[in-house]
Design a protein around this ligand. Structure first.
Ligand code: CTP
Ligand code: MG
Length: 235
């Protein structure tokens, strides 16, 4: 079985408000992107890694890859304006022999081999598998800001938490299904790749991930990530 991994690092990192490109921001002693690359490069089923970067971080990311001796990266491509464009550019670069594609956000440093293998194995069974965790918070849908009266934000409804999951990456798909989903719905903005397969009518399996698999989005996420790292080192 041939799994191609596409690792996304082409975003602007605007919400992190850092002068350093988000994939290169230091977490512990390593740049953020190095954590997930180190995990993916030792997964036996992953036969190649395609990295999507942007024109302002490409040189420094290449330097980091050399410095930290990351292996298995077969191509580095430029991403696009939105995340989906970056995935699409990555998809165009994967090896013809690939049966499955694993997509991962470099902004999630804490993936582990177990989670990755689980997602790949589940995708093998039904074509698509994504990792996630049950939502802990109470989630309410509110009326759109545009429709607020006197700037008052109003609740529309409370969602039933029992069936709500927060979805992470990695997400793994049978290559042909993902290509078909991108061909038919790639221009519709969605917040993850699985949503495109759902539009295609595919069954998407959710596997239990980890509450530590946080995405670094805003500055406080880095504080949390440092704490998670400390605990992981003690274990
Ligand atoms: N990403 C990408 N190409 C884009 C946008 C996002 O490759 N055009 C990647 C990011 O590098 C990140 C992942 O998609 O690894 C998830 O995106 P997000 O957390 O939103 O990161 P950014 O888009 O970089 O951050 P922001 O939205 O705050 O600008
Ligand atoms: Mg973004």
């Amino acid at each position: 079985m041939f799994v191609s991994a596409i690792v996304l690092a082409a975003g602007k990192g605007a919400r992190l408000k850092s002068s350093i490109s988000k994939p290169l921001v230091k977490l512990g002693s390593l740049p953020l992107i190095i954590y997930s690359l180190k995990c993916l490069m030792i997964c036996p089923l992953i036969k190649e890694i395609i990295l999507a970067v942007n024109s302002s971080n490409v040189l420094d990311i290449k330097k980091s890859i050399r410095k930290y001796k990351i292996s298995g990266i077969r191509k580095i491509v430029l991403g696009g304006l939105i995340r989906q464009d970056s995935v699409y550019n990555g998809l165009n670069a994967i090896d013809k022999r690939a049966d499955f594609v694993l997509i991962h956000d470099s902004a999630r440093p804490f993936i582990d081999k177990k989670q990755v293998s689980l997602a790949i194995n589940e995708a093998k069974k039904c074509g698509a598998a994504i990792v996630g965790v049950p939502v802990k918070a109470t989630i309410k849908e509110v009326h759109s800001l545009q429709s607020t009266v006197h700037g008052m934000l109003l609740v529309k409804k409370t969602l039933n938490r029992e069936n709500l999951w927060e979805i992470h990456t990695p997400q793994v798909f049978k290559k042909d299904l993902l290509l078909e989903a991108y061909k038919r719905f790639g221009n519709t903005p969605v917040s993850d790749d699985a949503a495109l397969l759902e539009k295609l009518g595919c069954k998407v399996r959710v596997v239990f991930g980890s509450y530590s698999n946080i995405k670094i989005t805003t500055p406080e996420d880095l504080v949390l990530a440092e704490a998670i790292l400390k605990v992981a080192r003690r274990e």
